[in-house]
Ligand binder design. Structure first.
Ligand SMILES: NC(=O)C1=CN([C@@H]2O[C@H](COP(=O)(O)OP(=O)(O)OC[C@H]3O[C@@H](n4cnc5c(N)ncnc54)[C@H](O)[C@@H]3O)[C@@H](O)[C@H]2O)[C@@H](O)CC1
Ligand SMILES: [K+]
Length: 518
């Protein structure tokens, strides 16, 4: 599913008209019908349309036009519709226009009795700050929503006043329970503060031919898309079929990282997991991770070339290598990483394991000048905002604002990597600038070890032959899906998840993609 900017959306509409004869009226008619269908589909099981009291706030442009089409569909199905035309200050209640002198009073009543209020005031055409009377109207709706939790607010295309490119909001904008956006999600939905105003996101089909969208470079990750990226599991297979993952992870203060990452690689289906560890650490892993195999490395005070050689000697036949989680940042360890990278660069593409670098792997690299020139082709790197800041030599990187997007795009191209920039809506960019953004986020994931799980999942997909950008994309989507399953199955809210809770839920999240609604 493509994500668009305002100008990309306008261009799609212009070309739809020019090349396919899909006029603005046709698109609006499709938009209103589709919004009505999605609205009705989401009412169940708590509400039914017959007798439902729905107040539409209608703006002066096409967004208002979408609202009017949607309203007429709902009315035909038995909903009790009121229409407030903001610009004309006109109120129509179930087909009857109210006299001008009672509009204010009647509108107040309609707001108080509505089951649903639909924001069809402004969409992508908003061009200036909201006028005071529109802000006042929205403030009344917001107060009513605060007073009555069962009042539902639904935006058509986008919440009024939200900047669809940047996610900035007007002071008068209010948070919705649902946004039914038209044709494509807008870029601004994925960045704060806008992200908090969208509520549940639904995407209405307005009948744009798919060919029109072929130029668009930015996608929203969806379950349906991820389902197609998952590796096949033929019956005629053995553990060799699904690839081997080597992990250079974990050190004395952070032993759990290698366990979490390795288990996650197995949970997405990799055939064999090998932890490269010192003998001192072996007993810890052997007792907690029965399925793993081990490559024994010299202790950490050994010469770096001995440590690197012990790993390199065992790498043949591995399809994926994960470097970093819990590895520590000693200069000796940095040298080990450099030697391993040199070895990987010397290998032909066909035999080189795909590389993922996370956490301390990135921290070690960021201490070096032009570190990206040391990476083999098609490496996946997975920084959180702090690590990204260090990789960019001190740039401040936000966890959720729009500047992240441009930075990620610029750096993925400059560094020629598959960049996964973590955050509330994680961004993925490939070396050519192709971009994918994860809509779903889960605050319960903001806890130690969940990054190790993500890195492990990517490696596990790489081992199975999934292409690097796709492996990272699938892992990001499934990581949040697994967290949502933990929330549901353990009945926990936004806090209290342990990274290890994700592990048994990862395979379930894979299965669930087969039934994803989008
Ligand atoms: N053009 C098309 O082909 C389609 C448009 N669609 C809908 O049309 C919307 C875009 O339509 P428009 O371009 O007409 O834009 P809008 O409906 O968002 O609003 C534009 C109108 O609002 C006024 N306006 C702008 N900023 C304002 C402000 N701050 N305060 C008060 N008035 C303001 C403008 O003068 C103009 O009259 C989309 O969001 C979507 O809902 C969909 O129906 C799909 C097809
Ligand atoms: K709107």
């Amino acid at each position: 599913m493509h994500i668009v900017t305002i100008s990309e959306m306008k261009e799609l509409e212009t070309r739809a008209d020019k090349e396919y004869g899909l006029t603005s009226e046709i698109l609006m008619s499709n938009a209103g019908r589709s919004a009505a269908e999605l609205f009705e589909a989401n009412l169940l099981p708590t509400h039914k349309l017959k007798g439902l009291k729905v107040l539409f706030l209608i703006g002066p442009g096409n967004n208002g036009g979408d609202g009017l089409v949607m309203a007429s569909h709902l009315e035909k199905e038995g909903a009790l519709i009121s229409l407030y035309y903001w610009k004309e200050h006109k109120l129509v209640v179930q087909g009857t226009r109210r006299p001008d002198e009672v509009v204010d009073e009647t509108l107040a009543e309609q707001i108080q009795r509505a089951d649903y209020i639909i924001d069809a005031l402004l969409g992508t055409g908003r061009s200036r700050p909201l006028p005071d009377d529109m802000r006042a109207l929205l403030a009344r709706v917001k107060d009513e929503r605060a007073r009555r939790a069962d009042l539902r607010l639904v935006a058509i295309d986008l919440p009024t006043g939200l900047n669809a490119d940047t996610g900035e909001v007007d002071p008068g904008s209010i948070a919705m329970d649902t946004t039914i956006t038209l044709a494509c999600p807008k870029q601004g939905f994925f960045f704060f503060p806008g992200r908090d105003y969208i509520g549940d996101l639904e995407v209405g089909d307005i009948g744009l031919p798919a060919a029109l969208e072929s130029q668009l470079q930015t996608d929203m990750l969806t379950g349906q898309q991820v389902h197609k990226l998952l590796p096949e599991r033929p019956l005629n297979s053995n553990k060799g079929t699904f690839g081997k993952v080597m992990l250079l992870c974990g050190s004395l203060p952070y032993p759990g990282s290698a366990y979490l990452a390795g288990s996650s690689a197995a949970r997405v289906g990799a055939g064999l997991i090998t932890l490269a560890v010192t003998e001192k650490m072996l007993s810890f892993y052997a007792s907690s991770f029965h399925e793993a195999t081990f490559t024994i490395l010299p202790e950490e005070n050994a010469e770096s070339y001995e440590r690197a050689k012990a790993l390199i000697d065992k790498l043949e036949g591995y399809k994926a290598l994960l470097i970093g989680p819990g590895l520590g940042q000693s200069s000796n360890t940095r040298e080990v990483i450099l030697q391993v990278l040199e070895h990987l660069r010397s290998l032909p593409d066909e035999t080189r394991p795909h590389l993922v670098i996370d956490a301390d792997g990135l921290n070690n690299l960021s201490a070096l000048e032009r570190w990206w020139t040391l990476l083999p082709k098609d490496t996946v790197i997975t920084p959180h905002p702090g690590e990204m800041g260090r990789l960019c030599k001190g740039v401040k990187v936000s966890g959720g604002n729009i500047e992240r997007l441009e930075l990620a795009r610029t750096k993925a191209r400059e560094w020629q990597v598959n960049l996964l920039l973590k955050g509330s809506c994680t961004i993925l960019v490939d070396p050519e600038g192709r971009t994918r953004i994860n809509w779903w986020g889960n605050p319960a994931l903001a806890t130690a070890g969940t990054g190790d799980v993500l890195a492990g999942m990517i490696s596990g997909f790489l081992a199975q032959g999934v292409q690097p950008f796709d492996a990272a994309s699938a892992a990001v989507y499934l990581h949040t899906a697994a967290a949502d399953l933990v929330n549901q199955n353990m009945h926990i809210g936004r806090a209290g998840l342990l990274a290890s809770d994700l592990l048994p839920n990862i395979p379930i999240s894979l299965v669930d993609t087969a039934h994803a609604k989008m």
